[in-house]
Design a protein around this ligand. Sequence first.
Ligand code: ADP
Length: 542
Amino acid sequence: MLGLMQSQPLLISSLIEFAERHHGDAEIVSRRVEGDIHRYSWRDVALRSRQVAHALDGLNLLFSDRVATLAWNGYRHLELYFGVSGSGRVLHTINPRLHPEQIAWIANHAEDQVLCFDATFLPLVQAIHAKCPTIRQYVMLCEAGKLPQDSGIPHLVAYEDWIGGQPVSYEWPSFDENSASSMCYTSGTTGNPKAALYSHRSTLLHAYAAALPDVMALSARDAVLPVVPMFHVNAWGIPYSAALTGCKLVFPGPALDGKSVYELIEAEKVSYAAGVPTVWQMLLGHMAPNQLRFSTLKRTVIGGSACPPAMIHAFREQYGVEVLHAWGMTEMSPLGTLCTLKNKHLALPPEEQMKIRLKQGRAIFGVDMRIVGGDGRELPWDGKTSGDLHVKGPWIVREYFRGEGGDPLVDGWFPTGDVATIDPDGYVQITDRSKDVIKSGGEWISSIDIENVAMAHPAVAMAACIGMKHPKWDERPILAVVRRPGAEVTREELIRFYDGKAAKWQVPDDVVFVDAIPLGATGKMLKTRLREMLKDYRLPTA
Ligand code: ADP
């Protein structure tokens, strides 16, 4: 017997219709590429996303055709989120920090038909357009009539000209909720990038889940600043969850430095912000020497790579901001776990609570997980035994776009490539990426643990721990360190700093001072590149 409830498909267009009807006057504020501040409301987003849909129809784009973006977080990008997916096309957000060759490769692989880009990326588009034969319309996200002279880019139109004359009413089509809505390529530190292809259903389920109280806890009372880029896993789904809750959105545009982000948080009374640790590092780096405080910021989600304990402490103790440590990946839309306490933890002393907060958190409903050993057998949730973390659920990939890389699943589970422990309460602690784990004398050393200790040293701006070949121990850890400007610290001091903080055999054998640690396109440390940089390095202990 079937249930007798209405079977309305879960579609992205319903999000923007809801936001318009119920939160039409809630504000959307954007710092533009031009540097000024733009403000309007969810009602305007809805109206202009319908104009986008008309403009796409005008190009005779088919259902599921790909429309690419190379854009910062801003209101026009938001209109494309709803106009492209809502009208049945697939929004392909491209990470502009990738190498131009790789961007061209991705655009061809996705067979993008349209490319919408911020003025910042004009030189990039000029460099690649000849290599992108499938793109038949280029749209620069700028005012009407503001196109550059002789750009050399064929079929180029200004966004405001493109949507300007279009009707403001549009009948959003209804279709199967399993249809593709958007796609995102993984940064591909090895081999060619592969794309996660999200559906309307997966996006809406993820949007519901992300807004839950023990997840991002978004509400119509929040002013939300997604510093995490809209070109990286849909800014962790915040644009969708924001439409569903009707919160105010604040977009930082291209200005991600500490000063600009701080000023925006204060000026727009941001209550909630989300981003990767490197961005918060810049923000705290600006605030401390200038003795600045937050007047409205209450919570921040930090994820994408391990959040150093020192950062969680700084936010909580010095600034009164709650840090929600989150873990996920492109293949998971991206949210997998988020760290909030349970009722029984509230009575614990602060140090005990902090131990929990430092973990990556517990699974969100919709994400099943297990840890397995090398023999494929499931391991216990005892908070000590670590194994490969596998996940499954309705917003986790089943297969990559165009079957790239073959079947990724193992017995129906997606192997995340992360190594983790899970404690009896279900809190996950990521100890490493499987390729970054250091194997010393048959034991595993978590590079994250070693980095976290170093990051608590006042002279350390950034630290990366990698394994180096060793004749006796197989591998031994070394630490690459970037010193804070003007700070002094020696190799010996740093090694002594590990006393009592790590087991003797886990302490790095050496410290190498570097000017910078290479970062990938999503702001994460690129250890593959670091290993190349240090290829001539020899361990003093080897
Ligand atoms: P890419 O794999 O292309 O770098 P993702 O953003 O999908 O891009 O990265 C997902 C990976 O980032 C995870 O598999 C994990 O290794 C790492 N990661 C994400 N969040 C955390 C976190 N809170 N702590 C530790 N590692 C994290």
